[in-house]
Design a protein around this ligand. Sequence first.
Ligand code: PMP
Length: 368
Amino acid sequence: MSRFLSGKFAAIEPYTPGEQPQDRSYIKLNTNENPYPPSPKVFEAIFGGNGGGEKRLAEPGAEIDKLRLYSDPEVRELSEAIAGFYHISPEQVLVGNGSDEILAFAFLAFGDDTKPVRFPAVSYGFYPVFARLFGISAEPAALREDFTIDPADYIGCGRNVVIANPNAPTGIALEPAQIEAIVKSNPDHLVIIDEAYVDFGGESVIPLIDRYDNLMVVQTFSKSRSLAGARLGFAAACREIISDMNKMKFSFNPYNVNRLSILAGTAAMKDRPYFERCTAAIRETREETAAELRRMGFTVLPSKANFLFAKSDRIGGGEYFRQLKERGILVRHWDKPEIRDYVRITVGTPQDMKTLCRVTEELLAERI
Ligand code: PMP
């Protein structure tokens, strides 16, 4: 720490992202990226349509030439594509540099020391970090024994609420009716539903934004649309909330989404068949892997996301994580009392998951 850092940030413990190792190639099942490439339409949008390839990139008028110009601060083309997909208006959409940025704008806009925020105690690690960064009192609510969220902790709670649905790292989802009950019972507080993983089996509550002016839904392009490196996420909410969010954005980083990502995101959003194929493949692989891990004696939580949260009583979570890493497979482990027996395993290709299961079987055999 330098001697210049503001005292108010001295004690902040920043978010720790999953490893992105450069030293060797791993089967990478630790950050919930999509194992499939972005839609072919994304390649076309960036490289040019008719086999022009990299040459087209450098031509005058090509997007790379336009990188000397700022990107569209209103991100109109992509907002329209998102609005089209969800049958809402572009004025009900705000695009961000990843959904992390969207969440940051939301915490900044709607919380302070008199407006606390409630979220599940086991959930996305960024929520408490944003609360701390922006001076908002955080009220984590414990999960039930079975790792489900108890809606009663949120119904009529008189607090702003953030819930990941499906939750992370458990993968367990609430039903839309349960979300609606939370939204309806807190009319004077904002309810943010983070749907980062909803496309793998949950049901989006975006259709509810027309009925509830206290609901904000957040989604990302990082998981179901194979664009984690493009950094794209969005909020969907009533116009007034989006206007408040724009106030944050235009007070902080007006050109928050770059030109290439706008093109990539728009093409991905418009290619519904590819999106449906990839998400269906991941769901299928998830169920096969869960069945195989259960066969080996693992407890696997019922996931509606692109990851599995699993534990074995034959190998501790930390040990399983380390042994897999030594053998070239990266998963995620948290040394937190409630979840330290578990690891979170991103669903990769069928081949990746076969390797994971084979290596796991070998590890367990060594322990008999
Ligand atoms: N919400 C949840 C629940 C997540 O797991 C993640 C991914 N780490 C994000 C939001 C942020 O995703 P991104 O910034 O890549 O859109």
